[in-house]
Design a protein around this ligand. Sequence first.
Ligand code: APR
Length: 239
Amino acid sequence: MEERRRIVVLTGAGVSADSGISTFRDNGGLWAKYRIEDVCTPEALARNRAQVIEFYNIRRRELLAARPNAGHAALSALELSYKVQIITQNIDDLHERAGSTRVLHLHGELRKLRSSHDENLVVPIEGWEQDPAATAPDGSLLRPFVVFFGESVPMYDTACRIVPTADVLVIAGTSLAVYPAAALAGYARPEVPVIVIDPGDPDISSIRNPVKVIKKRFTVGMAEAAEYIDALFDPGRKA
Ligand code: APR
């Protein structure tokens, strides 16, 4: 049986926008309402733990009320014909809830908490509200399982090894404003087609690959991208 073509998909907050989840840098986005240094840095957690925990409680409550959208479904359906690996900057679980099976979270996961001392000591959280006094199995206070600004991105090296395996790289719903995630676009083999799905203008100036821009919302653009991918690879060659 012939090896299936490999599709690597780098996603950001825009893919969850039509599920009612706020993006960060669009008008009215999260960083227009909150200061990063108040809710998304290790210093903020040390200085004002209650505010940081409340910020993620609000986002977790929003997530529990959200549903995957048509774009998540179209991306999940791609697994019927291709080997799909998602690398997401999102901390929501909408890709998984839509049925995608290989999802790497670069910036953590909202529905998990971790030890304050050990980033690998991770526990699930039931419901939306973290008890600020809850402790991890190592006895430390639990904190959101989220990579704050200024913290290392433990899954980045893994992601750097995945992107070069792509036969097509899809970039959807990310402004490509945050590093190191944004640098992943540069790890695709030079001849590999890149498909960008975004109604806005993400920074794709550093991408040297052949780029197909689908200037549409993810809910619509992902299905169009799937058709484009099918046209790239003769469907008969898919095992
Ligand atoms: N469909 C597709 N893309 C959309 C949609 C939509 N419906 N709505 C908005 N977008 C696009 C915007 O045009 C923008 O390019 O999604 C992108 C959102 O960009 P950001 O808000 O910067 O989100 P993201 O790129 O995921 O941010 C990266 O920054 O704050 C950190 O850790 C946080 O993971 C986050 C990282």
